[in-house]
Design a protein around this ligand. Structure first.
Ligand code: ZN
Length: 408
């Protein structure tokens, strides 16, 4: 086993990776996977990666050494912007299941199969459910997914076709999370225990491991020089947390120096708990009431790893920005028409954040900045259409006149 132990990000407690673990039993802290990087240093060099598989599993030495459950996730394009000389778009929309969630679920389901788990459960704002369903199908494992009933249609349909057990909930992802937790209690205190293993965001250690490969790719695709800034649409924040972990690992391996990008969180104005906490100088966030945005993946009223996200923003001299749905829709259209990238609404929010940070002088024209597009717009066509109608109501003349429907 390459993994030496699992470490609690709150109290530092070490746990064994020989069996499936969720969070720290003492304080509920998120568990990080630790490897023996010191003995890898000097033996594994960046140039050793050339010619390897063009997926996230090219970084095998810093991932769990179980037989991967893979659909070809990762090593997505790093596109130079056509509009801004020093901007790159990391296009995660090209992953299997059309979003960055593929990375985390590939790693989590790989380890679930390794541990012999038969039933996995997770709440999802949409794309994580689709990814879990796909990887579970590939691994021959059952998936139980709880999603808000108004998730994008693509997410409902893909979960169904992948053969997952789907429960649509009249509520938010936080309500879905509660339902999963209630039915995965291991201490016998719940009559409803279904024997599921909870693979919720940051409630098992391997989704971070998959997502961290985005950090390795940013470095490799920019020739081992990290950018000045990374803008990341933040719902649960696993990618942000994972990339930061990757940078530390790469420094330990001697692949990069101690410099870090400014890490920028962008959230939707209708659900911005991290932005609110950041502006108030707090180290944790509060549950956001009445979360609402068509960027479904950002409808996370409170991130389990909020303390990690806020710590990274602070350490990196980063920032947190909110984007309204109107701004996101305009950016989505702009990116599509200028860059040829049809981004998920969450991804388009990255462009809004960049525009704001350029206007405020936070980033200059010479700063190299990577904007994450976390998914494909093709999974949100219904949501985008509704948002578009809100933004541009039909002209009166096109509505029903005297019972006749027509463009008069
Ligand atoms: Zn702990």
């Amino acid at each position: 086993m390459r993994i030496t132990y699992l470490e609690c990000t709150r109290c530092g407690e070490h746990l064994s990776a020989d069996r499936a673990q969720n969070v720290c039993p003492k304080d509920g802290g998120v568990l990080f996977v630790r490897y023996d990087l010191a003995s890898l240093k000097g033996k594994l060099r960046p140039e050793d990666l050339s010619g390897r598989v063009a997926s996230m599993w090219r970084y095998a030495e810093v991932l769990p050494d179980a037989l991967p459950v893979t659909l070809g996730e990762g090593f997505t394009p790093m596109l130079p912007s056509r509009e801004y000389a020093n901007v790159h778009i990391k296009d995660e929309g090209l992953n299997p299941t059309g979003s960055f969630k593929a990375r985390g679920m590939s790693a989590a389901v790989t380890m679930a199969r390794h541990y012999g788990l038969k039933k996995l459960a997770a709440p999802s704002a949409g794309n994580a459910g689709g990814a879990l369903a796909a990887y579970a199908a590939a691994a021959g494992i059952e998936a139980y997914i709880f999603m808000p009933k108004d998730v994008p249609m693509a997410n409902r349909m893909e979960c169904d076709f992948y053969g997952a057990h789907v429960t649509l909930v009249d509520g938010l992802i936080s309500d879905c999370g509660r339902m999963v937790a209630e039915r995965t209690k291991k201490d016998g205190s719940s009559k409803n225990d279904e024997g599921w293993f909870d693979v919720s965001t940051l409630k098992e250690p391997f989704r971070v491991e998959g997502k961290k490969t985005m950090g390795y790719e940013v470095a490799e695709q920019l020739n081992w020089r990290l950018p000045h800034g990374i803008i990341y649409p933040t719902g649960g924040g696993v990618g942000l947390i994972g990339m930061w972990k990757a940078f530390d690992e790469m420094e330990e391996l001697g692949w990069i120096g101690s410099e870090r990008p400014k890490m920028i969180t962008v959230q939707a104005a209708g659900c911005a708990p991290i932005v609110k906490a950041w502006e108030a100088g707090k180290s944790t966030s509060e549950m956001w009431d009445g979360a609402q945005t068509f960027a479904a993946g950002l409808r996370v009223p409170r991130a389990y790893g909020d303390y990690l996200i806020l710590d990274i923003l602070k350490k990196s001299h980063g920032f947190a920005v909110a984007a309204t749905d109107e701004e996101i829709l305009a950016a989505l259209r702009h990116w599509a028409s200028v860059e040829g990238v049809f981004a998920a609404p969450e991804g388009a929010a990255s462009l809004v954040a960049y525009q704001k940070l350029r206007a405020s002088g936070f980033f200059g024209a010479d700063d190299k900045v990577v904007l994450f597009n976390t998914g494909s717009a093709y999974k949100y066509l219904d949501m985008i259409e509704v948002q578009q109608k809100k933004a541009r109501p039909e002209p009166v003349a096109a509505r029903h006149i005297g019972g006749i429907i027509g463009p008069y």
